[in-house]
Design a protein around this ligand. Structure first.
Ligand code: C5P
Length: 396
C-alpha cells in the first residue's frame, strides 16, 4: 500500500502500448492509489473506456465537453484533484502538443491546467523517438520539469528493434512509488549484500541456507526510492532485480567478499543483509563425488571472512549496518553482535517470525538503545530502516 491516498490521473494516449496501461491501472490500484483515467481519442482506437472504467472503478474522461462535469470544467476539476498526472503511453504526437502548450483535447488541457507534477512514459517507433523533432520536444519538456520514464530498448510492435518501447507496467509503478518517496538518501552510494551463499562440496552439491533474499531486495529497492545509487551483491535467489539497482550475482562467501571489497571504496553506506555462511568446504572436490568409492567422504570446514566486520574495520569506511537473524535472545545477541563487529546499527529479527515470507518483525539496535518496528510487510520495514539510517548519518 505504498501509494495509499495518492490521487493519480492516468492519461492514456494513442499507441499500441495503451493495452499495457490497463495492467498499470490495476497495479496502481493494488498499491493503494486512487486512479482516474483520462484518454485521448486516439487511445480509444486501441483500448475501450469500458476496460479502464472496470479496472479503476471510475468513469473515464475523453471529451473536453463532457456533460458529466456540472460546471463543464473537467480539465480544471480533474487536474486540481490530482497529486500527479502520469501519461502512459505518451505518444510522439501528444508530447509534441504539450511541449507547445496546446490544449486541443481534454488530456492536453489538463496537462496545461495542472498544478501537480507530470510524468511521461513515452512509447513510439524507434525512428520517431530518434527524430530531431522528438529529441527537441523531450529536451524542452525536461527543461520544463517534466520527468520522462524510459523508454526501453527492445523489440517493437512494428517489428523493428530499438529505443522507444514503453517501460513495463511494473517498472512504471516502481517509478511512481519512487516519485512519492522522500529523497532522504539523495546522492548517497549504498553497497549491500543479500540472499544466501552457496559453499560448494563438489560441482553439483553445496552448503546453503534458507534466506530468500526478500528482505535485502526490499532494502535495496527502498534505498533506491530514497534517492541512493544502489549496488546489490546478491547470493543465489529467485528474485527480480529492483528497477534502477545494479546487481552483482555471486555464489560463495568468498565471491561475495571479493565483490564487496571491489566496490567498498565507492560507497557511503554498507548494509549487510546476506546470510553469509560462516564456514566453507576446505576440501571441495573438483569432480562429482561418487557414492561407491571408499566410504563416507569427510567434509572439512574452514572459516569464511566476516565481510561486515572487515568493512566496518576499514579506515574511512562506509557507515555500516548489519542484520541479525536469531532464533532466541534477540536483544542480547543482536547487541553483542553490534559491539563485536563495531557497527553503529543492527536490525534484528526472530527467525520464526520471518524467513522467506513477505512480512517480518524488526527491532533496530543502535547507540541510543532499541527501536522496535511494528510488524509489517518487508517493503514497509525496509523504508523505515532507510529512514533510520538517514537520521543516523545526518542525511535527513
Ligand atoms: O555474524 P553473524 O552472521 O551472526 O552476523 C550477521 C551479520 O553479519 C549480517 O549483517 C551478515 O550479512 C554479516 N556477515 C558477513 N559476513 C559473514 C557473516 C555475517 O558480512 N561471514
Amino acid at each position: 500500500m505504498e501509494l495509499k491516498g495518492r490521487r493519480i490521473v492516468l492519461g492514456v494516449t494513442g499507441g499500441i502500448a495503451a493495452y499495457k496501461a490497463a495492467e498499470l491501472v490495476r497495479l496502481l490500484g493494488k498499491h493503494g492509489a486512487d486512479v482516474q483515467v483520462a484518454m485521448t481519442e486516439g487511445a480509444a482506437h486501441f483500448v475501450t473506456a469500458t476496460t479502464f472504467q472496470a479496472l479503476s472503478g471510475k468513469a473515464v474522461y475523453t471529451d473536453q465537453w463532457d456533460a458529466r462535469m456540472p460546471n463543464a470544467m473537467a480539465h480544471i476539476d480533474l487536474s486540481r484533484q490530482a497529486d500527479l498526472i502520469l501519461v502512459a503511453p505518451a505518444s510522439a504526437d501528444f508530447m509534441a502538443r504539450i511541449t507547445h502548450g496546446m490544449a486541443d483535447d481534454l488530456l492536453a488541457t489538463m496537462v496545461l491546467a495542472r498544478d501537480c507534477p507530470l510524468l511521461l512514459a513515452p512509447a513510439m517507433n524507434r525512428q520517431m523517438w530518434e527524430n530531431p523533432a522528438t529529441r527537441r520536444n523531450v529536451a524542452q519538456l525536461q527543461a520544463d520539469g517534466v520527468q520522462i520514464l524510459g523508454p526501453a530498448c527492445g523489440e517493437q510492435a512494428c517489428g523493428e528493434v530499438g529505443a522507444g518501447r514503453m517501460l513495463e507496467p511494473e517498472e512504471i509503478l516502481e517509478e511512481v512509488v519512487a516519485f512519492f518517496t522522500p529523497k532522504v538518501l539523495a546522492g548517497q552510494r549504498v553497497l549491500m549484500t543479500a540472499g544466501p551463499t552457496f559453499e560448494a562440496i563438489d560441482p553439483v552439491r553445496g552448503i546453503t541456507n534458507l534466506s530468500s533474499g526478500r528482505m535485502g531486495y526490499a532494502v535495496a529497492r527502498a534505498a533506491r526510492h530514497a534517492g541512493a545509487k544502489v549496488t546489490l551483491v546478491s547470493g543465489p535467489v529467485a528474485l527480480a532485480v529492483p528497477a534502477g539497482v545494479e546487481r552483482i550475482k555471486v555464489k560463495s562467501a568468498l565471491d561475495m567478499h571479493a565483490a564487496v571489497m571491489a566496490h567498498v571504496d565507492a560507497s557511503d553506506i554498507f548494509i549487510g543483509v546476506a546470510a553469509v555462511a560462516d564456514y566453507r568446504v576446505a576440501n571441495a572436490a573438483e569432480h562429482k563425488l561418487k557414492k561407491d568409492t571408499g566410504g563416507i567422504p569427510p567434509i572439512e570446514l574452514i572459516e569464511n571472512p566476516d565481510i561486515l566486520a572487515e568493512v566496518a574495520a576499514l579506515p574511512d569506511g562506509p557507515f555500516c549496518v548489519g542484520f541479525a537473524a536469531e532464533s532466541r535472545n534477540l536483544e542480547a545477541y543482536a547487541q553483542a553482535k553490534r559491539r563485536k563487529k563495531n557497527i553503529p546499527l543492527i536490525a534484528g529479527n526472530l527467525i520464526q517470525e520471518g524467513f522467506g515470507g513477505e512480512d517480518n518483525r524488526l527491532v533496530l539496535f543502535d547507540d541510543t538503545g532499541l527501536h522496535p518496528l511494528a510488524p509489517a510487510a518487508k517493503s514497509v520495514l525496509a523504508r523505515q530502516l532507510i529512514e533510520h539510517i538517514a537520521t543516523l548519518t545526518g542525511k535527513n
